[in-house]
Write a protein that binds this ligand. Structure first.
Ligand code: SF4
Length: 433
């Protein structure tokens, strides 16, 4: 087991936060109220909002923006850590053994920030042979993998029937690997190709074995921004409507945000607000993850500013934990931010390290690739003072070191948990399956 210091001799999260003045590590009492909010003309307002968070109250969009712009990083970190401790007092940081699998990179949606896709017929365009998909899945299954994150481009000819057949085949061959597949824009694309409602597309995919839906393609849920960075992609309202349909079909999904490009600070808060409102309604999101735009080498690089700094990432990540008070889990993004930043976020609201991602094509196509072996991920988590714990797609614990599994074991149990929490009856195929 690797217990060496963090790469490049950088300090551990515990040390770094000690330098920042943070409280001792998890498991004990929540940090006390801050005596130092922020200095400057807005200090009193920041302190008032911080007190609301400390009291477990929800903050408004205006208060979120004020924290974004005027709270210092240490205060944001402390408040986010407080929210995390309330939700996850057991001192664990979870992760899932998974891999990315992109059956095709052919896409007709032409997002200017995407270095992954190829137009139909373009050099480098591919659709993976089934044997190759099986080989990659077998590698994952041999490692005890629990999930495949399966997404692709918006191929103009691969309809729902193609994806459903693939799902059914993989479900039969690899029953322990959950199919976490097809983002909202992909589902929307399939509905357009099929010329039928997304609810019907989902019904076929759920019957074929789709187990949960990734939160990709959200980018920034603000139309002004989407018109600039991805004008052909699913709109904000539609992205949310597809996730609502996913939740009503009895599946859980995750939520994401890509920031640090053409959006304003207020638009980051607007994104949070749209997610929080849908979660109030459905309770279907398991987790939230965010990352900064990776502008190097993308088709419309000239549109974008330089890559956002780690400080910006940490601030927004901490604010996400504070604002999204109804989404249970926060994933850090070590693939885009590196292990050092990811480790810091464990004291800034994050309780999950995401997936081990044995393969990652989308972010790496943009020149950003920070994959690490499982032992190294666990070492980072331990050095931050937490117990690394394996989970499944629904955040059930599936770690032999901790005894019997706990929490939802499958999509049906996850749907039941959500329904019980909301006091609602579920509709749709997943709830009946
Ligand atoms: S981000 Fe997705 S939809 Fe957009 S061009 Fe890339 S593969 Fe296509």
């Amino acid at each position: 087991m690797d217990s060496s210091p963090i790469e490049d001799g950088a300090p551990s999260a515990a040390h770094a936060l000690g330098v920042l003045g943070a409280e001792p590590l998890v498991g004990g009492h929540p940090p006390q109220r801050a005596s130092h909010a922020s200095s400057g003309p807005r200090a009193a307002e920041v302190a008032r909002i911080a007190a609301k968070v400390e009291d477990g109250l929800r903050i408004t969009p205006a208060e979120g923006l004020l924290l974004h712009d005027h709270a210092d990083l240490l205060l944001l970190a402390r408040l986010a850590d407080l929210v995390r401790i309330r939700l996850h007092p057991e001192g664990r940081v979870t992760y899932i053994v998974d891999r990315n699998l992109n059956p095709t990179n052919v896409c007709i949606t032409d997002c200017g920030f995407c270095a992954f896709y190829r137009r139909p017929g373009e050099e480098g365009a591919y659709v993976l042979e089934r044997e190759e998909i099986h080989r990659r899945m077998q590698e994952l299954a041999d490692l005890g993998g629990r999930q495949v994150l399966m997404q692709g481009g918006h191929h103009p000819r691969l309809k729902t029937a193609w994806w459903a057949e693939l799902c059914a085949d993989l479900r039969t061959r690899f029953p322990l690997v959950n199919l976490h597949a097809l983002s909202a824009p992909e589902l929307d694309h399939l509905a357009k190709l099929d010329k039928r409602p997304v609810e019907e597309v989902l019904k076929d995919l759920v019957a074929a074995g789709l187990g949960s839906v990734p939160g990709a393609g959200a980018e920034m849920l603000v139309e002004r921004v989407r018109k600039i960075i991805a004008p052909k992609k699913t709109t904000t309202d539609r992205w949310l409507a597809v996730h609502r349909a996913v939740h009503e079909a009895g599946l859980r999904s995750s939520a994401t945000m890509m920031f640090g490009h053409v959006e304003t600070h207020a638009e980051r808060i607007e994104h949070f607000e749209r997610l929080r409102a849908l979660q109030d309604e459905t309770g279907g999101f398991t987790a939230f993850a965010c990352w900064t735009m990776q502008p190097e080498g993308v088709p419309q690089q000239e549109l974008y500013p330089r890559k956002a700094t780690p400080g910006t990432y940490l601030r927004v990540q901490a604010l996400a934990r504070i604002y999204l008070d109804n989404i249970a889990n926060m994933q850090t993004s070590y693939v885009t931010q590196g292990l050092k930043s990811a480790q810091l976020t464990l004291r800034m609201g994050c309780n999950d390290f995401g997936g081990t991602m044995l393969e990652e094509n989308v972010v790496s196509a943009a020149g950003c690739f920070n994959l690490a072996p499982i032992e190294k991920l666990e070492a980072q988590i331990r050095r931050a003072g937490f117990v690394p714990t394996r989970r499944n797609s629904w955040y059930g614990i599936v770690d032999e070191r901790l005894g019997a599994p706990s929490g939802p074991a499958c999509r049906e149990e996850a749907a039941t948990h959500r329904a019980a929490r909301l006091g609602k009856a579920l509709v749709g195929a997943g709830a009946e399956a």
